[in-house]
Ligand binder design. Structure first.
Ligand code: ADP
Length: 491
């Protein structure tokens, strides 16, 4: 099948979170499983020149109309570590993708509406028949409506993946006018009108209505979003179209996340080694971090999190973990920053408070290399999310021999099974789980984990090894996506 993904992230090239990992992992595995795949994303100015050194145009320039003016675009083809990636360069006076960041501009709606439309203009000029146009999240959601109502393109089906239903792309009806749609006409209950804010257009809702099939990124999340706390104002429309929703658990790319050949690590390891050898390699990763940051971090266990600091991720429980870890004489490491000023300010104040504590490392930047080193160095990775569509850090952690402690929600609940869960066989238990987003519940699970780490070392080491043996690669999820694509074709 010829499959074209429209997306706003692709790991290594342009990544803000898990979406980038998914595009790279799923894209590569679809190719491995014999599909003809293209991923198109904006040519952000943040993309490293190393990827652009060998770029070539895919087609002669093409135009896209916005706000009554025609704008020129170039589609570049680059080699992203073996994957042919298409980058849309918009020669637009507003320099939409030259903002030094992927998201977080005031005109994000206009930027991504333009990107979506320009991608379809490109496909129109290209004329290649496409089996599946696969859309990812709100920024490219409008493409579903454009394909079904406006453009006549040789596209057989449109698939939407919902990576996070919290971000829905609310905008004004005149935002649609700019890309040539009569926005007012879509402001009705059965079209794009938002359920909660009736004067607003909900872009993700549009793709839910117009897509032929919808995937949510884990089986639990596929059910959760049908309810108000998770689906928010989209839950009624998701319930209406529940027949086209499936849950497909994300995987992780086994070549990008591989402790056996990870360039960021001083010593490589894999799950066929003895536990002692694995622990030795993990110790070398800790040493590397200690030296890099001139910190003792001598206390064990090493507890940490690699995350965006947003309400979804349970920042108050991450802070609680810091306090508990120090109380329990461990070391705490946090890699993550917040797009929300109040949360970032609070974590900045924590950094000041613990500035002289040599068992705390709070690092508030995006740092891919440090992320890899930390996945190897930690003993316990915490993911105390209030909701979590899939979550990748728990999967990566397990592959690197780090035991996850998570809240039972969404994909976390589908992948981490408590050490003491008697409802499942012992060989399936791979971490620690708590159920309610309360300090009491979190503390209980946390102290159980510390207790195992300290007093029951052998069983903790077995948990670590069991996590490494699990296969959360993209193989199975990709087969499920291919089935979804084929089901669309058969309809
Ligand atoms: P989300 O997509 O909601 O942010 P996921 O758990 O699905 O959460 O994916 C997060 C991805 O982003 C992981 O690959 C994680 O390693 C990475 N990540 C998060 N914060 C940072 C950071 N500060 N530096 C480097 N990588 C990060």
């Amino acid at each position: 099948m010829k499959i074209v993904h429209l997306a706003t992230e692709f790991a290594m090239v342009a990544k803000a979170g898990g979406l980038g990992d998914v595009l790279l992992g799923l894209g590569r595995e679809l190719v491995r499983q014999g599909q003809n795949v293209e991923v198109i994303l904006p040519k952000y100015d943040t993309i490293s020149p190393t990827f652009l050194s060998d770029k070539r145009t895919d087609l002669k320039d093409f135009v896209c109309e916005e706000g009554g003016s025609l704008h020129r675009n170039t589609m570049w083809k680059i080699d992203a570590s073996g994957f042919p990636l298409l980058l849309l360069e918009a020669h637009h006076p507003k320099r939409y993708f030259s903002r030094g960041k992927i998201y977080g501009c005031e005109d994000d709606t206009a930027r991504f509406l333009y990107f979506s439309k320009a991608c379809l203009e490109y496909l129109k000029a290209k004329k290649t028949p496409i089996d599946v146009l696969h859309l990812h999240d709100w920024p490219v959601a409008i493409a579903a409506l454009l394909v079904k109502e406006i453009y006549r393109l040789p596209i057989k089906s449109v698939v939407l993946t919902i990576h996070n239903a919290e971000y829905q792309g609310l905008c004004a009806s005149w935002d649609l006018d700019a890309i040539g749609l009569a926005g007012e006409n879509y402001l009705t209950e059965d079209l794009l009108q938002d359920e909660r804010y009736p004067e607003a257009i909900n872009l993700l809702k549009g793709a839910i209505i117009y897509a032929d099939a919808i995937a949510a990124v884990s089986p639990s999340y596929a059910k959760e979003i049908l309810t108000e706390p998770y689906g928010g104002s989209l839950s009624p429309v998701l319930r209406k179209y529940r027949g086209k929703i499936v849950g497909i658990l994300n995987g992780i790319d086994h070549s990008m996340w591989n402790p056996a050949e990870d360039k960021a690590l001083p010593l490589h390891y894999n799950n066929s080694l003895s536990i002692d050898a694995i622990c030795k390699a993990k110790e070398s990763a800790r040493l590397q971090i200690r030296e890099q940051f001139h910190l003792d971090l001598m206390q064990r266990p090493w507890v940490g999190s690699i995350t965006r600091l947003v309400p979804q991720k349970g920042p108050e429980l991450i802070e609680e973990a810091l306090l508990l870890t120090l109380e329990q004489k461990g070391s705490f490491i946090l890699l993550g920053s917040s797009p929300i000023p109040a949360i970032q300010d609070h974590f900045d104040s924590l950094k000041k408070k613990y500035a002289s504590n040599r068992n705390v490392l709070l690092y508030y930047h995006y740092n891919e290399t440090l992320a890899h080193q930390l996945f190897a160095a930690l003993d316990l990775l915490i993911a105390p999310s209030r909701f979590e569509p899939c979550g990748l850090t728990q999967l990566i952690a397990m592959r690197y021999g780090t035991v996850p402690l998570v809240r039972a929600t969404g994909g976390l609940q589908d992948t981490v099974f408590d050490f003491e869960n008697e409802k499942i066989t012992a060989d399936k238990r791979n971490g620690f789980v708590f159920h309610h987003s309360t300090k009491a519940d979190f503390t209980h699970a946390f102290l159980r984990a510390i207790d195992q780490f300290r007093r029951n070392k052998e069983s903790f080491r077995l948990l670590l090894k069991r996590g490494m043996q699990l296969d959360y690669s993209w193989k199975k999820p990709t087969r499920e996506y291919i089935k979804l694509y084929e089901d669309c074709k058969a309809r």
